[in-house]
Design a protein around this ligand. Sequence first.
Ligand SMILES: *Cc1c(COP(=O)(O)O)cnc(C)c1O
Length: 250
Amino acid sequence: MVNVTAELQERLDDIEKRIKWAAERVQRDPREITLVAVTKTWPAEVVIAAHEIGIRHFGENRAEELAEKRVQVEQRLGPDSGITWHLIGPLQSRKTTLAADSADFFHALDRQKIARRLSDRLQETGRSLPVLLEVNVSGEDSKHGFDATHWEEDESQRQALRQAAEKVSAFPGLEVCGLMTMAPWEAETEVVQGVFRRTHALAVWLEEMAPEAKWTVLSMGMTDDFELAVEQGATHIRIGRALFGPRATP
Ligand SMILES: *Cc1c(COP(=O)(O)O)cnc(C)c1O
């Protein structure tokens, strides 16, 4: 465990340096950026080692895995570990109860049906859940999210996004805080930059047009592109491999 921690610390230092440099290139304060450590496929011990070096935000892409790991980590660290559990992957409707009960932050809200089901459960338990609307800006078929592929030119797409924001905000227990997006896989730098820039611009537009929600969080950037995301205004970056190494199973 000593070695694991030392290696993890080295990787964290490197990532933090790169965040700082990227932020400085665009005159941002690096403290505006939250590193979400993505522990999917890794056991609870890895979360505990990361907690030991000061990481407090953890991301999982499956609700079951988040719920299980959260219990295991709390058994070891107690309920006051200061950890925020981020559910970053898309949610199936039969998993909404689990998500509403165990996630502290949900990045990938991509349809109203999920919002309604989360809200129903949150009202039963009295919890509340900050959420981000996931938007598909790149147009890649594999990407989830509200369609925002042509939001600048397409008035009806833009209005659909505004209405989605309005409707989701109206569900009790859900607190819309911003947007999440994924860059296209293996795309050129300019393409990735464009996706992040356009997502940021969409958040600025929504801030004006959908004032019932907050538009302060922009979750974008992963191991391969987080510096580009920071340059384009990301407030939350979701990092797995750069911290923990390659995953055994995808
Ligand atoms: C796995 C995952 C990440 C982290 O990806 P890395 O390339 O390992 O940094 C970020 N966001 C989502 C939604 C993921 O599923």
